[in-house]
Design a protein around this ligand. Structure first.
Ligand SMILES: CC(C)(COP(=O)(O)OP(=O)(O)OC[C@H]1O[C@@H](n2cnc3c(N)ncnc32)[C@H](O)[C@@H]1OP(=O)(O)O)[C@@H](O)C(=O)NCCC(=O)NCCS
Length: 222
């Protein structure tokens, strides 16, 4: 079901993902979509939408204005949603009318569900998640707050994913597995064993990847 038409929606982040979120929101019935971005000049436009201000502008959002956070960094996105929600600012879930979401699934505050995604019965998606293009999250999955399921990733039934994890593009996760918090599943990987908190796994079948000290667990998208 598309969101009912509402007032202004501020999209924090005018990068590639931000543009997807803005277009998704418009398709879902938001009539007045504007960006906030710290690096793009206020007063300019990105694609079809004006840049209204920088990120801190969101903290003063007027009554009737809603905010969605469209940054790829999972921890940062979740922090912002928490901060905004504590201030009583409306952070709705944005669900594409071109996604298929079971009426018996739940979608948390500030989560974005993009075109082509499928969320099956009894799946529970946390807050500030990205359910990206054409991914599928099957029955009874639990997706932790701030987690990103990338385009085309497929999660079998009953998969539990901890907070702030990143399931890479086109990855497959066997049913009933647990993926920890702050985990990364490499693009195209097939996960057939549980994944520990904070670990990165790659390949078919996925194995832990050695990490350099310089690596970030949450590279940006878009
Ligand atoms: C897993 C990942 C985070 C690792 O990134 P990284 O630390 O920069 O890794 P590198 O590119 O330096 O690669 C290191 C090694 O791992 C291998 N590798 C990296 N990602 C891999 C993957 N997904 N599957 C198999 N092997 C992979 C590389 O081939 C390389 O091997 P080598 O040392 O033998 O040459 C990244 O490759 C990835 O898959 N990101 C997901 C991207 C995505 O889903 N984007 C969606 C945006 S919406």
């Amino acid at each position: 079901m598309p969101d009912p038409r509402r007032g202004t929606l501020l999209v924090m982040g005018a990068g590639g993902h931000g543009k997807v979120v803005a277009e998704t929101a418009e398709a879902a019935g938001w009539s007045d979509v504007r960006f906030l971005d710290d690096r793009v000049p206020t007063g300019s436009r990105v694609a079809a939408w004006p840049v209204e201000g920088t990120f801190p502008t969101a903290l003063q959002a007027a009554k009737g204005t809603s905010v969605v956070v469209a940054v790829g960094d999972n921890a940062l996105r979740l922090d912002w949603i928490d901060r905004l929600a504590r201030l009583g600012i409306d952070c709705p879930a944005i669900v594409s009318p071109h996604a298929i979401v079971s009426s018996r699934a739940s979608i948390g505050e500030g989560t974005v569900v993009v075109a082509g995604a499928i969320v099956a019965i009894a799946a529970r998606i946390g807050r500030a998640c990205i359910v990206n293009t054409a991914c599928s999250i099957d029955h009874d999955c639990e997706i932790g707050d701030g987690t990103h399921v990338s385009p085309g990733a497929r999660l079998g039934g009953g998969v539990i994913v901890g907070a702030r994890s990143w399931i890479g593009i086109g990855a497959t996760v066997r049913n009933d597995l647990r993926i920890g918090t702050d985990a990364v599943i490499g693009a195209g990987s097939t996960v057939v064993r549980p994944v520990a908190d904070g670990s990165t796994v790659i390949g078919v079948a996925a194995q832990p990847k050695r990490r350099d000290a310089s690596e970030s667990a949450h590279p940006p998208v878009g």
